[in-house]
Write a protein that binds this ligand. Sequence first.
Ligand SMILES: *[C@@H]1O[C@H](CO)[C@@H](O)[C@H](O)[C@H]1NC(C)=O
Length: 202
Amino acid sequence: MRVSVVLLLLCLSSVHLYRAVDQPVVGDEQTEFTQSQIEELKKQDRGLEGSVDSTELSAEEPGEENSNTAKVAFSYASGLNGNFGPHSSDVTVVFRKKITDVGKAFSPITGVFTAPLRGVYYFRFNLLGISSYWLAVCLYKNHTKILDVTKYPKGQYKYAVGGATLLLQKGDHVYIKLRQKSQVSDNSDNHCTFSGFLLFPM
Ligand SMILES: *[C@@H]1O[C@H](CO)[C@@H](O)[C@H](O)[C@H]1NC(C)=O
């Protein structure tokens, strides 16, 4: 019993000793320097907290908050090796072969671009016809036809080329339709492409 009490006392006093050595002497130059450093660190800490907060905010709301920094730009080729069409009705042209895709707003499965945010966009297409069928291509915004480019290749190489600047709401769709009785052709040289990009958010 007694031995353990003495040991305990010894331990406690040595802890006190260590504390006394560790503690800086008030008024010492070095202490003041340390104090100002602590203030500085505290300030930096607050700054960091602030930046962490804003990061969390933008992570929570990727749409509206980030709209001024959004990057949207794509170019896809048809990926066809041969002909597409003719069909008995108008059909959406799917562009499967990625050239560039920043923002992943264009679907190479459906051929439809979906605006990730409200803004002004530019779209352009090149489509090749080489047969005796029509080459009639339309650019659509949702269910509205924006423009139509029609050629009659008659066995020659003819390109239907068009483009438009569109003000899109978030969620609006843009795609290309091949009109009925039309045909497009492509090979690995990418004669058929669809491109678009965000000019600026609004
Ligand atoms: C366009 O279509 C999308 C998807 O169906 C829809 O969310 C949006 O409201 C439509 N826009 C207009 C202007 O009709």
